[in-house]
Design a protein around this ligand. Structure first.
Ligand SMILES: NC(=O)c1ccc[n+]([C@@H]2O[C@H](COP(=O)([O-])OP(=O)(O)OC[C@H]3O[C@@H](n4cnc5c(N)ncnc54)[C@H](O)[C@@H]3O)[C@@H](O)[C@H]2O)c1
Length: 271
C-alpha cells in the first residue's frame, strides 16, 4: 500500500532492463506512491522488450535514449515533459556497463576503448543528463536526482575492475553538479550506494555469488535487496528529504561501517 509520497510528481526512470533491475523496483514503487513517469533505456536494451510490460503495469510511456547521446537525452526530456504535462520532479540514473568486466579483462590489462566507454556510459552520462536538463530548464525547483553507485568507489574490491573508477567519478559529478544545480534551481543530487544485488549488471562481476554471500555475512542487517533500495530512492524523491543533497548514502545493511563480523570470523578459526 502506498502513502502518496510522490503524488503529483513527474519523473524519468532510466535503466529498467528486466524485473531484476533495481530501476524496475523503483518504477513499481513510484507508481504505487502516485507518481507519473517515463521509462528510458538504451535502444539496444529495449529490443529485449521486457520494459514494455513494466510500462503497461505502471501506465508509463517508454522513450529510448542512449545515455551517451546528448541528442537522445534532449529528446527524452522534451518528450517526457510533453507526455507528462510539465517539468520533471525526479530522475533515477540506474545505468552501468563495462565491456572490460564483461570480457574478463583484468584491471592491469584494460582495453582503453572499453575503458572510455565505461566512463562515458556509467559516469559521464550523469553529467550529460544533468547538463541537458539544466539547459532545457526541465527540472522543477526542489527536484531530486538519484544515481546508483557502489562502495568500490571508496575501497578496493579487485574484481569490480574499472567500474570502481567510474563510480568514483559518478559520485564526484553528483557532488559537483549538486552544488551548481542546487545554487541555480534548488535541484538536489545524491548517490545511493547499494549492496551487491542479483541483477544483469551485478552478476556480470567475476565471482559475484561468493562476493554476494561474503557481503551478506559481513552486514549486520544482511545485504539490502532491490525493493528496499527502491523505497530509499522513493524517500529521496519525496519532499521528506528536501534538504539532502550532494551526499553519497549507503544502503547496505551496515556493510560500509563493519570491520569484521562474527559470521565471517567463523571461517578463520584456529589453524
Ligand atoms: N547489482 C548490483 O550489485 C549493484 C550494486 C550497487 C550499484 N549498482 C548500480 O545500480 C545500477 C543499476 O544496475 P542493476 O544492478 O539494476 O543492473 P541492470 O543491468 O538491470 O541495469 C543496468 C542498466 O543500464 C542500462 N544501460 C547500459 N548502457 C546504457 C546506455 N548506453 N544508455 C542507457 N542505459 C544503458 C542497461 O540497459 C540496464 O538497463 C547501476 O548503476 C549499477 O552499477 C548495482
Amino acid at each position: 500500500m502506498g502513502h502518496n509520497l510522490l503524488k503529483g510528481k513527474r519523473g524519468i526512470i532510466f535503466g529498467a532492463l528486466d524485473s531484476n533491475s533495481i530501476a524496475w523496483q523503483v518504477a513499481l514503487k513510484a507508481h504505487e506512491e502516485g507518481a507519473i513517469f517515463t521509462l528510458s533505456n538504451a535502444p539496444v536494451a529495449m529490443r529485449m522488450g521486457a520494459i514494455n510490460d513494466l510500462a503497461k503495469t505502471t501506465g508509463s510511456e517508454v522513450i529510448g535514449a542512449d545515455a551517451t547521446s546528448i541528442e537522445d537525452l534532449e529528446n527524452l526530456f522534451k518528450q517526457s515533459m510533453d507526455v507528462l504535462g510539465g517539468k520533471i520532479d525526479f530522475v533515477l540514473h540506474s545505468i552501468g556497463m563495462s565491456l572490460n568486466v564483461r570480457k574478463n579483462n583484468p584491471y592491469t590489462d584494460l582495453n582503453y576503448d572499453f575503458y572510455h566507454k565505461t566512463m562515458d556510459i556509467s559516469a559521464m552520462s550523469l553529467h550529460r543528463t544533468l547538463q541537458t536538463a539544466m539547459k532545457l530548464d526541465a527540472i522543477n525547483e526542489w527536484g531530486s536526482v538519484v544515481a546508483l553507485t557502489y562502495i568500490a568507489a571508496q575501497r578496493v574490491f579487485p574484481d569490480y575492475n574499472e567500474m570502481a573508477d567510474a563510480k568514483s567519478l559518478l559520485e564526484s559529478i553528483s557532488r559537483s553538479f549538486g552544488y551548481h544545480y542546487g545554487k541555480a534551481k534548488k535541484v538536489r543530487i545524491n548517490t545511493i550506494s547499494q549492496s551487491p544485488t542479483k541483477t544483469t549488471a551485478g552478476s556480470g562481476v567475476k565471482g559475484f555469488n561468493s562476493f554476494f554471500n561474503y557481503a551478506d555475512a559481513m552486514s549486520p542487517l544482511g545485504n539490502a535487496p532491490s525493493d528496499t533500495c527502491a523505497n530509499y530512492c522513493i524517500s529521496m524523491f519525496s519532499d521528506l528529504t528536501r534538504m539532502v543533497t550532494m551526499q553519497n548514502l549507503y544502503h547496505d545493511g551496515g556493510f560500509s561501517f563493519t570491520g569484521i563480523s562474527g559470521d565471517v570470523m567463523e571461517n578463520f578459526g584456529d589453524k
